[in-house]
Design a binder for this molecule. Sequence first.
Ligand code: F1P
Length: 346
Amino acid sequence: VRDTMGARIDEDNKRVVLPELNMSDAELSAYDRLYIVACGTSMHAGLVGKDVLEKWTRVPVEVAVASEFRYRDPIYTDKTLMIVISQSGETADTLAALREAKKSGVKVLAITNVVGSSVAREADEVIFTWAGPEVAVASTKAYTSQVIALYLFSLYFAQVKGTLSAAEVADVVEHLQALPAKISAILDNGEPIRQFAKTIQNATSLFFIGRGLDYAVSLEGSLKLKEISYIHSEAYAAGELKHGTLALIEDDIPVVALATQADIYEKMVSNIVEVKARGAHVLGFALEGDRELAKSVDEVIHIPATTPMLTPILTVIPLQLLAYYTSAARGLDVDKPRNLAKSVTV
Ligand code: F1P
């Protein structure tokens, strides 16, 4: 059992070190295919990890739901690395997928919060998230710390492979170090979210839309709302709406639209215009300094700017707050949602 986190930032050199990793740089850089396997919120963290890993290392990554993956016949080679993510380290489906992979001789890296958990003990490599005890059932700080662990691993992998230069790594590291102050600023400015929560507390259905990393975060925002406020919600890749689901957008349906990704911003705005034209009430998320989005939506939340790959850490916080305030406005017990166990061991 390891008792230190397997990844950290080397402050002096602005790079990432993984002192606990039991594999050589040559072995790590040889991996040419990754599976990320997890359940629920941990799987959503994995979706952010996929985009980041592919961008920074150019290695293809598949994210799979553990309850499906464990019954599949995956294609492994000796250059396949599997990453399992589990806050509790005891989720039955994730553990079963890990055991299947190990039976096939695949190397497994775990990202988990619990030292001594089954996942931590059975994986070949572990990065601990040190998110502290999970008091509430719905996963929030577990998600952010899993995403951070994935950033650190991805940066380390990119360093080893040479797909990012030292200057590019240092730039991301500086942005990572600036995140805590930005998160505090978001938490201090929760009032507009609380107000929006009041407007949706009696809604029967809600949509979250985004593109790219914003879509990955939308999935988590939608799950959080379902888990603790019991309002039906769906996260949709914004460009996919026109392939059928647009039929469900009608007068006054609330839509949370994330538009933080500069390279696909215009496309996102045109999707927002489409839902507005059908009467949706839209809460938009834009980066600080954005003056455009306000023209297309009903209300805007501004997110402090960071480097594009790191925005999920910032956008998820107001979405978690939205779920929290909506649950509270409905008079529900935020910490003990119905039908949700902290650790799903069956
Ligand atoms: C996976 C998970 C959590 C969720 C709830 C049920 O748990 O889906 O994301 O919040 O606790 O289980 P884990 O494998 O990350 O412990």
